[in-house]
Write a protein of this length. Structure first.
Ligand code: FES
Length: 157
């Protein structure tokens, strides 16, 4: 039998989760901008799945809000509107097309630059959406634009 206190605990999301909004509203919006813990993030709903990532592109701080989403090399990516960099929605990987100079004739393939954009975890509880901010240690390129610089870029966009 659950005590009143334990019942309340089970209804409360675990620590570190930030309430973002009602699921229905976020689906309707498709893209939602939020500031969580002073960090500007983008919550994306695409083909039935929620994603969250830093709002400003790791390349030069372009806002990703209106970027198209395409599947590239089997990964769903957002295309930064500013210079068309491709960033995977799940991992924040930077993808680029290149070729091995040893290969003749040249064959262009997609390559990964590794994780460049910080992504955050989205969870749902009773029709409400929460985000757990990335705790991945170390520097990720998109961190650079989460200071004043990022906010300036957003104001210009
Ligand atoms: Fe250059 Fe995003 S700012 S591609």
């Amino acid at each position: 039998r659950l005590t009143q206190e334990a019942m309340e605990e089970t209804e409360q999301p675990a620590g570190g989760l930030h309430f973002i909004g009602k699921k229905d509203e976020l689906i309707e919006a498709k893209r939602s901008f939020r500031t969580v813990d002073g960090r500007d993030i983008l919550i994306i709903h695409h083909q039935g799945v929620f994603y969250a990532m830093d709002c400003y592109c790791y390349h030069a701080g372009g806002t990703l809000e209106n970027g198209d989403i395409e599947e590239i090399n089997g990964k769903l990516c957002i295309i930064c509107p500013k210079h068309k960099y491709k960033i995977s929605l799940c991992e924040g990987e930077g993808l680029y097309r290149g070729r091995n100079p040893q290969e003749e004739p040249p064959v262009y393939r997609w390559y990964s630059k590794g994780v460049k954009q910080r992504t955050h975890t989205v969870t749902e509880t009773n029709g409400e959406i929460f985000v757990k901010m990335s705790s991945q240690p170390g520097w990720i390129d998109s961190d650079y634009y989460q200071g004043e610089k990022g906010k300036i870029e957003r104001a210009k966009a």
